[in-house]
Design a protein around this ligand. Sequence first.
Ligand code: HEC
Length: 125
Amino acid sequence: MKNILLFVALIAMTLAACSETVATEPTSTPDPLIEEGIKVYTARCAQCHALEPNTAIIGPSLAGIATLAADRIPGYDAITYIEQSILRPSDYLVEGYTDVMPKNFGRELTSEQFNALMAYLMTLE
Ligand code: HEC
């Protein structure tokens, strides 16, 4: 009798564990900050910057920029380089491109838009 009770308890625990696994399965909730960053990118950057690798429009592709940015200027980490690229685009020109990126993003974008854009660009590894 004891054994049967133990067996039933074990089954119950196993079932509970199973249903718990199903209930807590991760759902893909989009990060609102990244979503906002994509909107800013689409409105202000996408006309010149493709996301497909090796695809130049007016500016270089930003595919992999979060990784690439860390190696652009000695002493600049990826965040610093990308921030500078947006706020002071004339300071460093990517080889083969001219100085046509707008210079007014520092005034045009709110700090919320800028932060969201940075968060999004840092996902492009
Ligand atoms: C009118 C076209 C144009 C627009 C709009 C534009 N850019 Fe650029 N961007 C360029 C060009 C051209 C370059 C390459 C010359 C240079 O380094 O400034 C560049 C360079 C960059 C770089 C450096 C890339 C590298 O490989 O080192 C980053 C990062 C960048 N842009 C981000 C942005 C972001 C973010 C936006 C939107 C807020 C934006 N750009 C809007 C034309 C543009």
